[in-house]
Design a binder for this molecule. Structure first.
Ligand code: MTE
Ligand code: MO
Length: 550
């Protein structure tokens, strides 16, 4: 026995620590490469595979408890998981022959060549095994990144990991040898104690996180669930009245009331991408029109810019928006009619039933052919007078009024006419395919839970939205729905936008007030009071707030 012999546990531990450190750096580099050279981001691929496997109810539950921040938590979780995998690779690698303590006395320190070898092994494993297993295909052929940038970015990340691993591991081994050399037993014991405290800390943290999740699961997370059963009955009940005559008038400025047009930098942003939305280079971008069309077609950005454009005010809402939520905005869009584009490609075949939009981030969704041919279905290139911002789908996105934001595919690369019942990214995860927007109204002002002054005139105001059915009436109640008053409506910019509404109020008694709003569309459909959570068809219920009058 020589003094340099390391136990299996120690060899694994050293490799694990070095792998963790190198993995952290490599993971960050992977992110930077995905932002800069469109490199692959493994956390994104893992998240796509994970959310596809998750039962819909579990996914909805995740969505509910962590709400808007769900994807950031998911990303953080997957990123940490990735660091652990890197660490395990390091630990296992360090058990291979040639590590300290192995009989046969290979050199204690690893050479650079070992790092390169490790990188090569990881590169092949991830490209040929991991990515295909995750459904992304060999070296991510099924992804929008392009095999080239996937191979290059994976190679760079692998090299950084491999080389850094060698450096950190050698450093750790050197340090251990110094300790052993000095025969510094008390020091060693202190170090072990520190490490076991760290280990215990990590275990405790893990247990705490799991515990909180379990507790929230058992207690139901939010009170919407208990109301659900009673609501199912109300749900059947669809009230319809005679088509209203809108009470158009002037809306007085009120604090917190939404502006009718949402500026681009305030327009809500939703995407499935955890950390990196695609950045499309229009120089080599093109839009393919393929599938069941007479003459498949490829158009450049310049081709599109040369075509006649239509201007259209349209509001959008995310299907995951809660009643009263902020994922709803309005803009003036400019784009080319999808029907015109399909016509240019020789028109859809007789058997065609749907049009699929494929995007640069491997997202896709489909709309019925009839919807695709409506004159208000556009491929939009501009938003509020500016070139489509990157976050909103530059260079081209779909606009399809009447259905949820999910179907407004951003960063489009291919329009495919199909004859099967294609299911898109969110449909594969349990969300509605037809996805018609459900009538909703939101109280913007007063803010919930605020205090108002007795006898002081104030405004109750907000927005109402129906997709493409217009808003005929908005009613306001300050007594939790016992009595209703008709609000004034601002004449909308188009039949496809939300409508601003307002009702002046002078509170004449002190106390708590429950304010409720409900809308009626131009056909006379009354907004349902039944509470439904966003999954699978979009949220319903009345936006309800309380204020105190003093
Ligand atoms: N390519 C792509 N398009 C997409 C998405 C996406 O993740 N990827 N998200 C959809 C969803 S769920 C919504 S609500 C809208 C949001 O569009 P916005 O960010 O411009 O408001 O984009 C849709 N289009
Ligand atoms: Mo959405």
């Amino acid at each position: 026995m020589d003094t340099f012999s390391f136990s299996i546990k120690k060899r694994f531990g050293t490799g694990f620590q070095a792998g963790l450190a190198a993995g952290l750096v490599a993971g960050l580099i992977m992110l930077i490469l995905s932002w800069t050279i469109n490199g692959i981001s493994l956390p994104e691929v893992v998240s796509a595979a994970f959310t596809a496997l998750l039962p819909v109810s579990a996914f909805d539950y995740l969505h509910q408890i962590i709400g808007e921040n769900a994807k950031y938590y998911l990303f953080a979780g997957i990123f940490l998981g990735q660091c652990l995998v890197f660490a395990l690779c390091g630990g296992l690698y360090n058990l291979l022959p040639g590590s300290p303590g192995q009989a046969g006395a290979a050199p204690l320190r690893l050479g650079t060549a070992r790092g390169v070898l490790l990188a090569l092994v990881l590169w092949l494993l991830s490209g040929l095994v991991l990515l295909p297993l995750l459904g992304a295909g060999v070296f991510g052929v099924n992804l929008g990144n392009g095999v080239g940038s996937t191979m290059i970015s994976l190679a760079l990340v692998g090299l950084i990991f491999g080389l850094l691993f060698v450096v950190v591991r050698n450093w750790l081994v050197d340090r251990s040898l110094q300790v052993v050399g000095k025969d510094n037993l008390p020091g060693e014991r202190a170090r072990q104690e520190r490490r076991s405290i760290l280990q215990r800390g990590l275990v405790l943290l893990g247990v705490a996180v799991l515990g909180i999740a379990a507790w929230r699961f058992i207690t139901g997370g939010d009170n919407g669930t208990s109301a659900n059963l009673a609501n199912q009955l109300v749900q059947q009940y669809r009230r319809k009245v005679a088509p209203p005559v809108p009470n158009y008038g002037t809306i007085q400025p009120a604090p917190h009331l939404s502006t009718e047009i949402t500026p681009n930098d305030q327009f809500y942003v939703v995407s499935k991408n955890l950390a990196s939305d695609p950045t499309v280079n229009v120089g080599n971008w093109h839009l393919d029109i393929s599938g069941e069309v007479a003459q498949p077609l490829t158009l450049t950005y310049a081709d599109l810019l040369a075509m006649p454009m239509k201007k259209q005010y349209e509001s959008m809402m995310c299907i995951s928006n809660e009643v009263g939520g902020r994922y709803m905005s309005n803009a003036l869009w400019e784009g080319i009619s999808l029907a015109t584009l399909l016509e240019k490609a020789g028109g859809p075949a007789k058997a065609a039933t749907k049009v699929v939009l494929h995007a640069a981030d491997s997202y896709s969704d489909s709309i019925p052919l009839a919807k695709a041919l409506e004159p208000t279905t556009l491929i939009a290139l501009r938003m509020n007078g500016a070139v489509l911002p990157q976050g909103h789908g530059y260079p081209a996105r779909l606009l399809v009024p009447g259905i949820y934001g999910m179907k407004h595919v951003k960063w489009i690369t291919r329009i495919e006419v199909v004859k099967d019942n294609y299911q898109g990214y969110w449909q594969q995860r349990g969300w509605s395919d037809a996805a018609p927007i459900r009538l909703t109204s939101r109280i913007d002002t007063p803010l919930a839970s605020t205090t108002l002054a007795l006898n002081r005139p104030t405004y109750i105001a907000g927005v109402a939205f129906s997709g493409d059915k217009g808003i005929g009436e908005v009613d306001v109640s300050v007594d939790a729905g016992k009595t209703w008053q008709k609000a004034t409506l601002k004449r909308p910019l188009s039949p496809l936008t939300w409508v601003l509404w307002e009702w002046p109020w002078i509170p004449q008694e002190k106390g708590n007030y429950t304010i409720v709003a409900r809308a009626i569309d131009m056909e006379g459909n009354v907004q349902t009071p039944a509470i439904a959570s966003p999954l699978p068809d979009g949220a319903t219920g009345y936006h309800t707030i309380t204020v105190v009058v003093v």
